[in-house]
Design a protein. Structure first.
Length: 330
């Protein structure tokens, strides 16, 4: 095997940087190439911290990977760096990279933890309660899309500065930051209003017309007082044993006008007519001419005599008549 063949194999195997090998035939030292790691552009980058480093954008940057390059975008935001900017960076730091076209770019996304509006409201409620405000008040923020993005490496509680609360208007302002106690953390001003609430029993599931409401079918929910109908039911016992006049949606306040005593006799249904007297118990079959609930007095047609009487509903499909009307039973 000649030295030129060895050199060719080395070039194909190791790349373009120079090194030396010894020829097997004549002991001649031959200059060949060693492995080279080419600098590559990352097209999309997600970072945790506040600084963008060369190693975040370019792979195989070697000892230059830890050089700080730029400030990262705000948490949850992104920045786009185009081919011209990237070319200037590569030239300034002597990186072996050139853009393939003017379309080359890198998108840097700053990782973030999202603090939701509900989380902010819960912590604000605690802070206001320490100032004597009713903790059951409902918090309404002026910015309905309020939420905070903090760095993915940031942990800790929400801190509040300059809380101002007007008891007459129930309006508030505050400045929040994360983590609490960090003087360098970005500050966000929030405003809003508090509203009194009332605790009501509501359906824990969808209830259909004709269902008998049990205590297990209900749960408690706080609702803004100014949004309640005048006949909203606030007492649990006013609902237990009742029946919806129409379907009741889960989690919605229930109005007195939407419930009734359970219908025990439907119009047009067959019923048993009962007459109780001293040493006498008579029954007959009749047809209800009206619907009714327990205790209602409705009209019944005797199916044998076709005579109409009035009877009191005493159970499902059962009505009772007074002794003075027993003559029409037959």
């Amino acid at each position: 095997m000649n030295r030129f063949f060895l050199a060719t194999i080395a070039l194909l195997t190791f790349g373009v940087s120079s090194t030396s090998v010894l020829s097997a035939n004549k002991g001649t030292v031959i200059e060949i190439t060693a492995p080279v790691q080419h600098v590559m552009l990352q097209q999309s980058v997600r970072i945790e911290g506040k600084i963008i480093y060369i190693g975040d954008i370019f792979s195989n940057a070697g000892d230059k990977a830890d050089i700080a390059l730029a400030y990262a975008p705000k948490p949850g935001k992104r920045a786009v760096y185009d081919a011209r900017w990237l070319s200037r960076v590569a030239k300034a730091y002597q990186l072996n990279w050139r853009p393939l076209s003017h379309r080359d770019r890198v998108v840097v996304q700053r990782a973030s933890n999202v603090i939701t509006q509900d989380e902010i409201a819960e912590k604000l409620r605690e802070a206001l309660a320490d100032r004597g405000v009713d903790p059951d008040m409902e918090i309404h923020f002026s910015n309905r899309q309020l939420r905070l993005h903090v760095g993915g490496d940031v942990t800790g509680e929400i801190g509040f500065d300059d809380i101002v609360y007007d008891r007459r208007s129930n309006r508030f302002t505050a400045v929040i930051h994360v983590p609490a106690g960090d003087s360098s953390a970005p500050r966000t001003r929030i405003t809003g209003q508090l509203f009194p609430t009332t605790e009501l029993p509501v359906a824990a599931r969808r209830l259909l017309k004709g269902d008998i409401i049990n205590e297990s079918d209900l749960r408690w929910l706080r609702v803004r007082t100014d949004r309640l109908q005048n006949d909203a039911v606030s007492n649990l016992q006013d609902l237990v044993g009742k029946s919806p006049r129409r379907g009741l949606r889960e989690g919605q306040p229930i109005r007195m006008s939407s419930i009734q005593d359970p219908v025990l006799v439907e119009k047009g249904s067959l019923v048993t007519i009962v007459l109780r007297a001293r040493k006498m118990y008579l029954t007959a079959q009749g047809k209800a001419m009206q619907s009714g609930s327990n205790g209602d007095v409705i009209r019944i047609s005797n199916t044998q005599s076709n005579k109409t009487i009035e009877a009191e509903i005493v159970g499902a499909g059962r009505v009772a008549v007074r002794q003075s009307t027993h003559l029409v039973l037959n």
